[in-house]
Design a protein around this ligand. Structure first.
Ligand SMILES: [Zn+2]
Ligand SMILES: [Zn+2]
Length: 346
C-alpha cells in the first residue's frame, strides 16, 4: 500500500509499504480521509518521543472497515467509521474508570501505533476491544467526518465548562481548535462569543464561519483591549486555545463571578509555572480546568454535532490534498493557512 512515512524532522516520504493484516482481535481500516492536526505539525517540525521513525502518523481518521481479525464481531466489513485515537492499557485506575485518555500508560494511534496517512491502517486489539472503531452515517461526508476527532477534544474541554445559553464566552486563538471551540459555544447559545487573536488574517475565519465576534489584539494591555471590545463586561466561559502562558493570565483576569476557564492548550514545558491571584478565584468562585485529548463519549457527541450540522463543517475544511501531496498539506499548516487541512487517502 501507499503510505506517508515519517523518517524524521521535516522528512515525510510517500512510499510503498506492506499492507497491514488483521491479526486476532484487530481491525484493518481502508482510510478515506485523515485530517492534519496541530500536533502532526509539531511532530513534523520538532519530532516527538513517542513517534519513532519510520512511522506513519495521522490520527483524525475516517475510513471503511476492510478486514476483521479473528474474534472481532463488528462493525461489519464496508461500514463507514471513524477511529478514536487514545488506547488505554486496560489495567490502570483510569482505564478501570473508562478514562482512556488519561491512562497512566497512554498510547495513541498515529503516535505509538501507525496512523492514518496511508491507504490502510491497523487498529490494535486493545483499541478494538475498547470501542475505538465507531460507525458513522453512510451519508456523512468523509471530509466533515474528519472534524470529529478534533471536535471531540474540544467537547472534552467544554464538558467542564458547562456552557449555558446567554453565557458570555471568550476564546483565545483563532486557529482550527479555537474556531471549533467558538463554533460549539455559538451552537450552545453563548452570547457574545468573542474570539481574540493577534492575527487579523486568522480572525477573518471567525467572520467567514459565523462563530462569533473577532477581537484583534494589538496592544500590550490585552485585558483592557478585550474589555473595551466587550463593553467592559467580563466572561462566564473562557477557553485558551493557544500555547502562550501570558494568555492564561489574561483568561484569569477576564473571568467574572462563577466563571469557568479551560486551559485547553498546553504551554511550553520549560516554563509552565504561572502565579495566580487565588483570592480572585476564591471570592469570585472561579474554576479552572485542564483538558487532554478526549474519550469515547466525546467522539459520539462530536459525531452527533457534525451529523446535525451544528457547525458549518464544510466551511471548516478549507484544504484537501491527495496522499501523494502530503508535503503540501504540511507546508499549508506550517504557514498557518486554512482551518482544517484534510488528506484524501482514497
Ligand atoms: Zn488531532
Ligand atoms: Zn490504563
Amino acid at each position: 500500500m501507499k503510505a506517508a512515512v515519517y523518517h524524521g524532522i521535516r522528512d515525510v516520504r510517500v512510499e510503498e509499504v506492506a499492507t497491514p493484516q488483521a491479526g486476532p482481535g484487530e481491525v484493518v481500516v481502508r482510510v478515506l480521509r485523515c485530517a492534519v492536526c496541530g500536533t502532526d505539525k509539531r511532530v513534523y517540525v520538532h519530532g516527538q518521543k513517542n513517534v519513532v521513525p519510520p512511522a506513519i502518523v495521522g490520527h483524525e481518521i475516517v475510513g471503511l472497515v476492510y478486514e476483521l481479525g479473528e474474534g472481532v464481531s463488528g462493525p461489519p466489513v464496508g461500514t463507514r467509521v471513524i477511529v478514536a485515537t487514545p488506547v488505554g492499557c486496560g489495567d490502570c485506575i483510569c482505564c478501570r474508570r473508562e478514562q482512556y485518555n488519561l491512562c497512566e500508560n497512554f498510547k495513541a494511534l498515529g503516535y505509538d501505533y501507525a496512523g492514518g496517512f496511508a491507504e490502510f491502517m491497523k487498529v490494535p486489539a486493545r483499541a478494538v476491544a475498547q470501542g475505538n472503531v465507531i460507525p458513522i452515517p453512510e451519508d456523512l461526508s468523509p471530509d466533515a467526518a474528519a472534524l470529529i476527532e478534533p471536535l471531540s477534544c474540544c467537547l472534552n474541554g467544554q464538558e467542564y465548562l458547562d456552557p449555558q445559553p446567554g453565557d458570555r464566552a471568550l476564546v483565545f486563538g483563532a486557529g482550527p481548535i479555537g474556531l471549533m471551540h467558538a463554533g460549539i459555544l455559538t451552537a450552545k447559545g453563548c452570547r457574545p462569543v468573542m474570539v481574540a487573536d493577534i492575527s487579523a488574517e486568522r480572525l477573518e475565519y471567525v467572520k467567514d464561519l459565523g462563530v462569533g465576534t473577532p477581537i484583534h489584539t494589538t496592544r500590550d494591555d490585552t485585558v483592557a483591549e478585550i474589555l473595551e471590545a466587550a463593553g467592559e463586561e467580563k466572561f462566564d466561559v473562557v477557553v485558551t486555545a493557544c500555547s502562550v502562558k501570558a494568555v492564561q493570565d489574561c483568561a484569569l483576569r477576564l473571568a467574572r463571578q462563577k466563571a469557568r476557564i479551560s486551559f485547553f492548550a498546553g504551554i511550553p514545558k520549560d516554563d509552565p509555572i504561572l502565579p495566580i491571584d487565588t483570592n480572585h478565584l476564591h471570592y469570585n468562585e472561579i474554576s479552572v480546568f485542564g483538558a487532554f485529548a478526549s474519550n469515547l463519549r466525546h467522539y459520539r457527541q462530536a459525531l452527533e454535532m457534525v451529523t446535525r450540522g451544528d457547525l458549518p463543517a464544510s466551511k471548516f475544511v478549507t484544504h484537501v490534498f491527495a496522499l501523494d501531496d502530503i508535503a503540501e498539506a504540511y507546508a499549508t499548516i506550517e504557514a498557518g493557512r486554512g482551518i482544517k487541512i484534510v488528506v484524501n487517502c482514497e
